[in-house]
Design a protein around this ligand. Structure first.
Ligand code: BES
Ligand code: MN
Ligand code: ZN
Length: 467
């Protein structure tokens, strides 16, 4: 099975050594030296057009024959607190078509990644734009590795950007199968009566849609490797269910499979890098729809873990489907269990769209995650699994309720809900992410975004580096 690509990624990096126009990435500190090294006409030209090494400023310098011969691109103060390490992601949108090579660049690997991330465009429903500026692979960097990461991000962005009429549970399955085929992984899928019996929460949430719910279970890698399980929330569309969302809250809900997209993207990176581990990827894929057979507020549902769950709100569907997937993951006591989900509005209120929240009880692992987020330019912020708040999920009729009912600590109570379903697993991380760029930033085009996958790839590389 081949994966249809719905993006334009300027086709990756050109081979090292391809003739190219040099692009100098110039910080405030480096500018005086670089400026004095320019030949006189270029120095005069740069001054005439008012070039300064401010963040994102560009000057296209002509050669003696008037052709474009050199590009200056300002980085500002690279040591400053607000410095954007993906700034070079602006370049593919600024430069005319052609081949470019980084010159005078302190962080060529970061700049090359930023460039490729910034070259992404979602073109499934429009004529492809012209091929733009291309970057030549910088010397001394793992160009293939960078290209793999960018391609994996593009895969996830495509999935988030694809609207729900073209991306239901079956299409999420197809994406997982295509990924598996590319990497020699195995996929098993649970559907229908088997799903109703073994994964009652996934079934209950997905049953109202004519597009059947399912659990996707992908495995890859040596059976004796350390077991790493990724779980991604795959809600193809979240209407809220009978607790229907208002239109403004529903508008973007095609992105409610952003956790599944992040998990698939991370899996692509891990398998592509050939890390020495046993990977399992679980995606409960459903559409939270409205129909006569929809699950209702007040329903009491069975779960795979054996706990009964009272439905306080059908719009808290993500934690329900994740609960059954986590129970399956927990049964084999993985070395590391990571779930990804567009789970709560509360996490966005707390941290905004660019900063996913993460939860774990393991302080050492939390440190590794924060470090990996910094290293991979994939920032996250820890929030507490404050155990006393678990009482907010108490139910009078069932083992627990799926919501707290009150206005407080919504992201924390959601995370505590999930923890109930993976009690054996010691190293469990939950990412509550937004999966969307509300406005374009360098390297982060407006629209669907893959968050935390590069972090996880970096973390797993550090933990289980190939022998
Ligand atoms: N998918 C939403 C969460 C969401 C909303 C993420 C908007 C990003 C942007 C989730 O299924 C949901 O509806 N959560 C509810 C939970 C509430 C009913 C306890 C929420 O956060 O409002
Ligand atoms: Mn919801
Ligand atoms: Zn949802």
């Amino acid at each position: 099975m081949t994966e249809p690509a719905h993006h334009h990624l300027a086709a990756g990096l050109l081979p090292a050594g391809t003739p190219a126009i040099p692009v100098s990435l110039v910080s405030t500190t480096d500018w005086p030296t670089l400026e004095s090294g320019l030949d006189a006409p270029q120095r005069v030209y740069a001054a005439a057009v008012g070039f300064a090494p401010k963040p994102g400023q560009v000057a296209l310098l002509p050669g003696p024959d008037g052709s474009l011969s050199r590009v200056l691109f300002g980085l500002g103060e690279t040591g400053a607190a607000g410095h954007d390490r993906l700034l070079a992601g602006k370049l593919p949108g600024l430069l005319p078509p052609g081949a470019y090579a980084l010159a005078d660049c302190a962080e060529p690997a970061e700049a090359a990644l930023a460039w490729l991330l910034g070259a992404y465009r979602f073109e499934r429903y429009r004529k492809p734009g012209p091929e733009g500026a291309r970057l030549v692979a910088p010397d001394g960097v793992d160009a293939a590795g960078i290209a793999r990461i960018a391609r994996a991000v593009a895969l996830g962005r495509d999935l988030v950007n694809t609207p729900a009429n073209d991306l239901g549970p079956a299409e999420i399955e197809a994406a997982a199968r295509a990924l598996a085929a590319r990497h020699g992984a195995t996929v098993a899928v649970v559907l229908g009566e088997d799903l109703a019996r073994d994964f009652p929460l996934i079934h209950a949430v997905g049953v109202a849609s004519p597009r059947p719910p399912r659990l996707i279970d992908l495995t890859w890698g040596p059976v004796d490797g350390p077991r790493v399980t990724l779980v991604g929330k795959g809600v193809a569309f979240d209407t809220g269910g009978l607790d229907l969302k208002p239109s403004a809250g529903m508008l973007l809900m095609k992105k409610d499979m952003g956790g599944a997209a992040a998990a698939l993207s991370a899996a692509d990176m891990v398998m592509g890098a050939g890390l020495r581990l046993r990977l399992r990827l679980l995606i409960p894929a459903v559409e939270n729809a409205v129909s006569g057979n929809a699950f209702r507020p007040g329903d009491v549902l069975a779960s795979r873990a054996g706990l009964t769950v009272e439905v306080g709100n059908t719009d808290a569907e993500g934690r329900l489907i994740l609960a059954d997937a986590l129970a399956l993951a927990d049964a084999e006591d993985p070395d590391l269990l990571i779930d990804f989900a567009t789970l709560t509005g509360a996490a966005r209120v707390a941290l905004g769209p660019d900063l996913p929240a993460f939860f774990t009880e393991d302080d050492a692992l939390a440190g590794e995650i924060a470090a990996a987020g910094l290293a991979a330019i994939d920032p996250v912020w820890r929030m507490p699994l404050h155990a006393p708040y678990a009482s907010l999920l108490a139910s009078k009729v069932a083992d627990l309720n799926n919501v707290s009912g009150g206005p407080f600590a919504g992201a924390i109570t959601a995370a505590l809900f999930l923890r109930r379903f993976a009690p054996r697993t010691k190293r469990h991380v939950h990412f509550d992410l937004y999966g969307w760029n509300p406005a374009a930033k360098p390297g982060r085009p407006e629209g669907g975004e893959v968050q935390t996958a590069r972090l996880v790839h970096h973390l797993l590389t550090a933990r289980y580096a190939a022998a």
